[in-house]
Design a protein around this ligand. Structure first.
Ligand code: 1OR
Length: 397
């Protein structure tokens, strides 16, 4: 089926070079019988919010942002296993990233490599900088690396809904950052797109502006793990070629995912997430160490971060209470209430030993922890409303 899409780029610079074949196709003929409303309908955010908190009786901080990065949609969570990943992903194991997968594939060499430079207008550059500013994979680059990546990215307007940008099972060629619009992720249990209406498999996620996709095949030298399709018209992507991705972005991404994989697996709050969802959290974490007696959160302050305790111990203290209202140990979380309820910090959290914490900013918290919102709301605090009070008890059982 013809796409009606013409590339503004020449043949060589077009990451969708196989446009007329399998690279990117309209898939309007594919089944649309999702159990959720379309992200393009006004009620989409609301449907997700209701799904997350079981009733939607209070304002969900996840509602507005619901269609963004890796947020599970209301199809339930049928894909919690790692089925669909090529075997070499071996996500469950900390040792999964072998030195082998860091090597360039046969025939690919970094000798004398220089990143491609694609000219951009000042207006394009401005939009591009904004698009990557919120993406954690770009956060750790130095000035030179940032300039190289900015030069190498290619703008890809995606004019219509239902354009297939990535096909599961294909070889990976580009990594994509979303400037505008949103994209649905489908996973087929057989590892590739099958013939027929439902051939792309189940929709497992929707990624929105500021998010990115297509890194797995490049990182692991493996077939595409999912099919990615535009969920609305007038989307804008920026594409980064495989070599520039591997040469500049990959090592820091790999290192962070590997560093936090084992820890995040052991955090009870996150145990219902997929390994892929946890790896997105790893990308976004900021790590800090504090001595004993340090006030990590101060009661009454506005809340901008959510914390996980990686090492050491801490307590929650409230003005007027003589004893701590809560004790925290490795793997526990705190700082969620102010973000969930858009309220000032309800207590202070103070380290009782030297501690290491990792934190997520508010928008990453909303994007990445939406699926566990109801679990966080189940934590009981004396005198603090968490939202679950209004919920149907049968739903929280
Ligand atoms: P890729 O290069 O394999 C498809 O091309 C991209 O879809 C993949 O990189 C990821 O960037 C993105 N499983 C696999 N790939 C996913 C998933 C996913 N979500 C986004 N991508 N999920 C696990 C399903 C069992 C969804 C987790 C919410």
């Amino acid at each position: 089926m013809s796409t009606g899409f013409t590339s503004p780029f020449g043949g060589n610079s077009n990451p969708f070079g196989r446009l007329e074949t399998t690279g990117m196709q309209r898939v309007a003929e594919e089944d649309e019988n999702d159990m959720v409303t379309s992200p393009t309908t006004a009620s989409f955010g609301r449907a997700l919010a209701d799904n997350n908190n079981g009733g939607g009786l209070f304002r969900s901080p996840f509602g507005a942002d619901a269609a963004s990065d890796t947020h599970m949609t209301g199809v339930g969570r049928p894909h919690l296993d790692t089925a669909g990943y090529p075997a070499q992903y071996n996500f469950g194991r900390r040792t999964s990233v072998s030195a082998e997968s860091l090597k360039p594939p046969t025939g690919e060499t970094y000798d004398n490599w220089t990143p491609p430079v694609h000219h951009k207008t000042p207006e394009q550059l401005q939009r591009l900088k904004e698009a990557i500013s919120g993406n954690f994979l770009f956060r750790h680059l130095d000035d030179e690396q940032t300039a190289q990546v900015l030069g190498a990215l290619i703008e890809k307007p995606i004019p219509s809904k239902d354009i297939k940008v990535i096909t599961q099972g294909d070889t990976g060629d580009f990594f994509y950052v979303i400037e505008k619009g949103s994209f649905d992720i489908y996973v087929s249990p057989t590892g590739k797109v099958e013939p027929g209406l439902d051939g792309a498999g189940k929709k497992v996620s929707t990624i929105g502006a500021g998010g990115s996709f297509g890194e797995l095949a490049l990182m692991y030298n493996a077939p595409r793990a999912a099919t990615v399709i535009s969920a609305e018209p007038n989307c804008t992507l920026w594409a980064l070629d495989r070599m520039t991705f591997r040469r500049i972005l990959m090592e820091s991404t790999f290192a962070r995912r590997r560093m936090y994989e084992g820890f995040l697996e052991e955090v009870p709050l996150l145990s219902s997430l997929t390994p892929y969802e946890r790896s997105k959290i790893a990308d976004a974490l900021k790590s800090e160490k504090f001595p004993a007696g340090h006030t990590i959160i101060r009661e009454g302050d506005p809340g901008d971060s959510f914390y996980l305790l990686v090492d050491g111990e801490a307590v929650a203290l409230r003005r007027g209470d003589e004893t701590p209202v809560k004790h925290y140990k490795k793997g526990d979380f705190f700082g969620e209430l102010a973000l969930l309820n858009d309220a000032p910090r309800a207590a202070s959290v103070v380290s009782t030993t030297e501690v290491k914490v990792v934190s997520l900013g508010k928008s990453a918290f909303q994007r990445l922890l939406g699926p566990v919102e109801s679990i966080m709301r189940r934590t009981k605090y004396v005198g603090v409303k968490t939202g679950v009070e209004e919920m149907d008890p049968l739903q929280t059982a």
